[in-house]
Write a protein that binds this ligand. Sequence first.
Ligand code: CTP
Ligand code: MG
Length: 551
Amino acid sequence: LHTIGRGSLVKCLQKVDTFLHRNIGTNVVAVQEEKNGFKSLNAVQAERQEQAERSVLISCHSRTNEKKFLKYIANYGDIQKYFFYESYGMYAVVEFANQESVASLFEGTAIPSISHESVVPFKSRLLSMRNLDSVDLPNQPSGKKRQAQTSIPINELIQRLSKEESIDQQITSLTEAYQLTEENCRLRFLVCSLLKDIAAGFFPECTIKPFGSSVNGFGKLGCDLDMFLDLDGISGRNATIPKSGLFLEYQMKRANLERIVTQNILSVIGECVDQFGPGKILNARCPLVRFAHQPSGFQCDLTANNRVAMKSTELLYLYGELDPRVRHLVFTVRCWARAHGITSSIPGAWISNFSLTVMVLFFLQRRSPPIIPTLDHLRDLAGPEDKSVIEDNDCTFVSDFSKIQLESNTETLEQLLCEFFEFYASFSFRTLSINIRKGKEQNKPEVAPLHIQNPFETTLNVSKNVNASQLDRFVALCQESSWLIQQNNTAPSRDGTKGKATITPWGVSTLLLPSQVAGIKTRKRRKFEPASERIKSLLESLKNTNQQNQS
Ligand code: CTP
Ligand code: MG
């Protein structure tokens, strides 16, 4: 550190981060090498699915003796990877080296007989371990193997970020704290795989794939699990139909709308999960079934027939892989938006995370020089193998990352975050539409407070649900945050605070504090009160937390 200097070290580490990110992905482990060191989302999905099929989920006693547990399970085959986590109770995910081990585990598995419950003899890879010697404290799953599946609370994040030394470090640290962990990612694929076992009772060759933020690189710990029931892969389904020969006698029910048929299929699968699986249906409105998967704690949205969403997932993944600044900025903006109630986990007139992500991408396309290319450019680079037309929508874009030439924009994360707020604080939402296909704002084709063109279904507005007051709040917060970050852009000196329990929020931390404009409902702009008031109140709350922690 003394020889090369701090600045160079930071730059060097950033390069390493970029390199690692580009080559293995921050939350995705490389297995299948692709051209130019990148892996396509399809390759990631295939590899993860295969891992998940070799895995089982075991409910166990909270004081399970880790060594004895592993010794017992290892009787059935070599364990490749395992971890424990707590949801409603303790669970272990065990991945065997070979799929045959799962079959041999089933042979050694008993169907329970419980006097007060009716037992459904449905064999699934969700098991429970009973009466193995427990309560052997030194051998309980260690902290390292006990994985948290939720992100840290916002107050804790604010404290953590306040300890960083630059805004760029704060942004990197925020991403690290919020992104899906390797284990959480595995668990998501395992839940899809367990659900597939249920769906396979009806459609033996189907697959269930995660899409949306679980796999697009922008998922936060605790985000929902979007799942896509893929029936197209069933052999012969898309082959040319012969003139004569044998045909399957399909029982076509009288529903001429594909949407209704899809919903019927989803409902049946949802019903099975509800009746025989560890899930509870929350909502079954066309075209999805929403259920809570109790052992993982995930809220799951199962859809079918949603190939365009799969494509937009692939596109977002590609953008996130092109430059590490994309993911960092998206995470920061998403976290900021959630802290101020711009986004919500409940559907409504709010801006969705998907819309917000597209807004960040658009902003990055508008930099000079642009950080990421337009979708039209990605389409022009596509080869014949990339051609994709779904329900008359052109979803073609390049899959070979090595064909994409990036321009040399060297802006720092700090600059980009400030510029993001300025960009949208003064964006002409009244007349213009956000368009990542063209990478340029277009005239609004229809009346809506916020218009973001759907990248593939170009006649649709991604943010149709957003009302004027929600957009106003977003703009007011961008204005306030742009001012705040400029006022608080240097880390306070640590010397005077040594040994004290309080940490002064600064930089990104101040952006996450409660805002003066959060309650704004009208188009009128309010004057901002100095941030010092807010900082003061946060300091009080941090002091209290520290005191509680110490007592
Ligand atoms: N999607 C879309 N058009 C929309 C909404 C969603 O194409 N108007 C697709 C996107 O690919 C999105 C996915 O459906 O990523 C899942 O939607 P959603 O769960 O709303 O968004 P996520 O990106 O998963 O974000 P979150 O973490 O909030 O779930
Ligand atoms: Mg989602």
